[in-house]
Design a protein around this ligand. Sequence first.
Ligand code: AMP
Ligand code: ZN
Length: 114
Amino acid sequence: MKDCLFCKMASGEIKPDMVLETKELIAFRDINPQAPLHVLVVPRKHITTLNDTIEPDAILVGKMTLTAQEIARNTGVDGSGYRLVMNCNADGGQTVFHIHMHVLGGRQMKWPPG
Ligand code: AMP
Ligand code: ZN
C-alpha cells in the first residue's frame, strides 16, 4: 500500500533494523524501544487494523505469534518472560495503521498496562 511505512519496510524501500524475515513476515527493532527487547512483527500483507483481519488471515496472525516466540527464544527471554501486544485504533494506542505485534522483554512488565 502506497504511503504505508510498514509496507515500505516490507518491500525494502525503507530499511529498518531487521531481526528476521520470512516470505510472509518481517521483524525489526522498534525505533523507540519500551524495553531492552522491543521488536515489531509485521506481515508483508497490508492489513490496516486488527478489525480488518478475516478468517483466511488466521494462519498469518498465528505465524506472527510463532515468530514472536522464535524471537524470544533467539534473544534469550523465553525463560524469563516477555509480552506480546497488538494495539487497535485510538483507545488501543495504535499509531501505525498496518497490523503489527510488539514483542517486549528483558524487564519486569507491569499490570495493568498504561
Ligand atoms: P503502535 O503504536 O502499536 O501502532 O506501534 C507502532 C510502533 O512503530 C511504535 O512503537 C513506534 O515506535 C514504531 N515505529 C514507528 N516508526 C518506526 C520506524 N521507522 N522504525 C521502527 N519502528 C518504528
Ligand atoms: Zn501497509
